[in-house]
Design a protein around this ligand. Structure first.
Ligand code: ATP
Ligand code: MG
Length: 449
């Protein structure tokens, strides 16, 4: 079935050109010269392409009207070059994308197809979730919780496309793992996956690392060298810690995303690259947007398919599955005989707040395997990290999040023992306890024979 695009544009010539282009690309087109006309037929549109400056109506007003009639329809706004701020305002208010006038017909079609693709992704997500419903593992990514199920469905859905994905989540939640899964389920799986850690590259080297350089571009550039984006051509670029990219590089990334073009340092030859971009961040990029350290236009270009991965403490039902997965995966390598885990040990894992997320759980299991002598991991074998989380700023919790007083006490005792290298008198002193008082507590914790 043909898709129907509504074009709202008061300038007749442009309206006509856009219409012809869309019709020749196989779309049905409704056209309108004013917002009032457009709104009448918006309910049957699969996509709305609209000018921002229309007689009697501004872009935001129009957007609100469209949403009232057809809440789900993707809306692409067309705007004059000077009014990029308005476009960004509209993106915030829920527009799908924007086109800066004058635009080429190629670019128009790219944006139209992308907007429809994103829409289709959202629609199909629910269906896929149901199909994947009984699946608790996706390519070695373990997750039974509702948000992880949703993430599997999204991976499955976006992997075959070229859509840009923005992964957000605390350190250790599995962003790298998910980025790889997306690449290896994509048609680009046999092409390079090039990871760029934006924090690890010093700012002054970043441009040449990313985009390459020509011989003589700077002192020491004795040969020419391609950058990461050239290496990744026809493959995937994984931009890790995207929030740390300095402003001037942000502009160049934006150009890669929009135009797929760049120049090597010291060259004025424009090069093209065909890369799929996956970006990751463990900071709240919206805060960076507010502070003005991250460009809004780049943010919206990256955030085509957002994937937010919740911290482990917010999906504790995943813990047993992850723990068993890591036992299976790590026991063989570490020469451990452990095959399973006791209920008591699992309870301890469930009660802990996991500030380091899945990475920390993996480390804890690995360490515990080394210490455990039997075939079952027991509560006493489990060695948790004890660094307490910083107090929350609003002072609502004064215990580390997710911990009871007893659990917190136990963490402090373990930390004291660690600092005292297992010497109980020394540990007792660190805690301001007598040796007997400490022994009593250790017995309660099941740590003292
Ligand atoms: N759902 C999961 N199932 C199995 N293993 C996982 C899962 N999530 C994370 N891991 C494992 O935890 C470790 C940390 O994951 P990963 O490196 O992907 O985290 P990250 O979000 O990229 O962290 P950072 O922000 O520090 O880079 C890896 O060894 C990974 O294999
Ligand atoms: Mg990572």
């Amino acid at each position: 079935m043909k898709k129907r695009v509504l074009v709202v544009e008061d300038e007749e010539k442009l309206r006509r050109v856009v219409e012809l282009q869309l019709v020749s690309a196989g779309f049905e087109v409704d056209k309108a010269a004013t917002a009032e006309e457009g709104v009448k037929v918006v309910d049957r549109a699969d996509l709305v392409l609209t000018d921002l400056r229309l007689p009697n109506m501004d872009g935001l007003g129009l957007l609100a009207l469209i949403r009232r009639q057809n809440a789900q329809v993707p809306v692409v706004v067309m705007t004059a070059y000077g009014s990029i701020e308005t476009a960004v305002e509209c993106m915030k208010a829920g527009a799908t994308d924007f086109l800066l006038k004058p635009f080429s017909l190629d670019h128009l079609m790219q944006v139209v197809h992308k907007a429809l693709e994103v829409r289709a992704l959202r629609d199909e997500n629910r269906q896929l979730k149901e199909e994947l419903g009984r699946r608790y593992e996706y390519d070695n990514i373990i997750g039974r919780s509702e948000p992880m199920q949703e993430i599997f469905a999204t991976i499955e859905r976006v992997a075959p496309t070229r859509a840009t994905v923005l992964l957000a989540g605390e350190s250790g939640v599995g962003k790298d793992l998910i980025a790889r899964a997306i690449h290896f389920h994509s048609p680009r799986r046999d092409r390079p996956l090039v990871k760029i850690n934006c924090t690890a590259i010093p700012e002054n080297l970043m441009e040449s690392e990313l985009f390459g350089y020509e011989k003589g571009a700077f002192t020491g550039a004795v040969t020419s060298k391609p950058g990461k984006f050239e290496q990744a051509d026809t493959g995937t670029v994984f931009l890790d810690e995207i929030g740390d990219v300095p402003g001037p590089i942000q502009v160049k990334l934006l150009r890669i995303l929009q135009e797929r073009e760049f120049e090597r340092l010291g060259s004025n030859v424009t090069r093209h690259t065909d890369v799929r971009i996956i970006a990751a961040t463990n900071q709240d990029l919206r805060a960076a947007l507010e502070q003005g350290t991250f460009r809004e236009d780049l943010y919206y270009r990256l955030n085509v398919v957002p994937l937010n991965i919740p911290p482990l403490r917010e999906r504790k039902q995943d813990i047993p599955f992850l723990a068993n997965h890591f036992i299976r995966k790590l026991a063989a390598d570490s020469g451990s005989a452990v095959e399973s885990i006791t209920d008591a040990a699992m309870e301890r894992l469930m009660a802990y707040h996991w500030p380091g997320n899945v990475r920390e759980l993996e480390n804890v299991i690995e360490r515990s395997l080394v210490l455990c002598r039997g075939t079952q991991l027991d509560a006493g074998d489990v060695r948790l990290e004890s660094a307490p989380r910083p107090r929350s700023q609003n002072g609502q919790h004064f215990l580390p999040e997710g911990l009871t007083l007893d659990q917190y006490e136990q963490e402090l005792i373990r930390e004291a023992l660690r600092r005292a290298d297992g010497n109980k008198s020394h540990a007792a002193r660190l805690l301001g306890l007598t040796r007997n008082a400490l022994r009593y507590r250790l017995t309660q914790m099941g740590l003292e024979a």
